[in-house]
Design a protein around this ligand. Sequence first.
Ligand code: SF4
Ligand code: SF4
Length: 395
Amino acid sequence: MHACGNFLRKGEGCPYSERSMSINKDREERAYPLNQIYFYLTEGCNLRCRHCWIAPKFQTEKRSYPVLSMDFFRSIIKQAKPLGLSGVKLTGGEPLMHPDIDGILEHIKRENLNLTVETNGILCTLEIAQKMAACKNPFVSVSLDGADASTHEWVRGISGCFDETLQGIRNLVDAGLKPQIIMSLMRRNKDHMERLVQLAETLGAESVKFNLTMPIARGEKLHESGDTLTIEELVEIGSWVENTFSDSIELRIVYDHPPAFRPLGKMFGDNGDGCSRCGILGILGVLANGSYSLCGIGENVAELVFGHVESERLENIWKKTVILNELREGLTERLEGICGSCLMKNVCLGSCIAQNYYSNKNLWAPHWFCEAAQKKGLFPKTRLRPSNSNISSND
Ligand code: SF4
Ligand code: SF4
């Protein structure tokens, strides 16, 4: 799974060549715009998902957990705009559990920022959906991990949540939005893919994205217990999605394996829908307590928390944090293992630096999916630099 869903939206085109150029250009100018902030608005969640990479605490009416203060939220946006901020992502925990979600959405609209929301949909009333729809370029993704209640609720840990999520999706559609539905693939739901796409079409979704469950936080336990799919299965399903399934249906389908596994024609050219990439050079995370972090991984990895809004100017954090500057200098030349040998590395940037660091305590470590595929001889030989094409791989 791509932790942040940092996938181009339809029509954005793939920045293959622009990306490499912009990395070089940025290096020359030493200017890295802070394009987007990921706000982890809440430490709590109303579900208990088996695969969650943040692993928030379960919140009930009797027990609640910290949320980002509105003063911090406004202050961060004010400081970020001169650094280049064009959009925000609201995530969590469950972002719609923030007690002032109305005020947050109104502020985003007032500031004319692009809006992305990742939600489980349960608290998505028509009123909230309309507030999202009023923001600039709204993009909302809703998690649905099975085509029936028993499968979805097994993954999500709370009975009754399937119908509530479907209602949330209907409210988004009634508000004029076309949400993306995200399913995290695992052994329990792998046979639901076609039915889930049919359900998404019926509901009026714009696309379906299949995430690969990452070995991180709760997802790590799922990997250990054998509830995730093997690399052989993931590669095979990906090939079926790219070459057969996605061509047979109208709805846009995203299978979130790294770009080395995607046919070039699906990413580039007139019919290409772009490619996933790590957005780390233009993104900063803000945790619910007001700390700055490398995306949301600071929730799990203390050394990737960079400071707090009360004590540090955002400009200092963005321009002077050692790890961020190391990434600017080192991506992509310092990527190691299969990522270092990969022809796609300037597009992909190692897929997810946060995941790579979590697993190896090393910013330059290779991505788990491509590394596992390489070990099994499944990495596409055509995506290796010529000098490395004799390493164990697949044609
Ligand atoms: S490291 Fe990159 S891919 Fe991973 S969550 Fe952060 S921006 Fe997204
Ligand atoms: S090997 Fe690394 S750089 Fe290449 S596609 Fe896989 S994750 Fe991306």
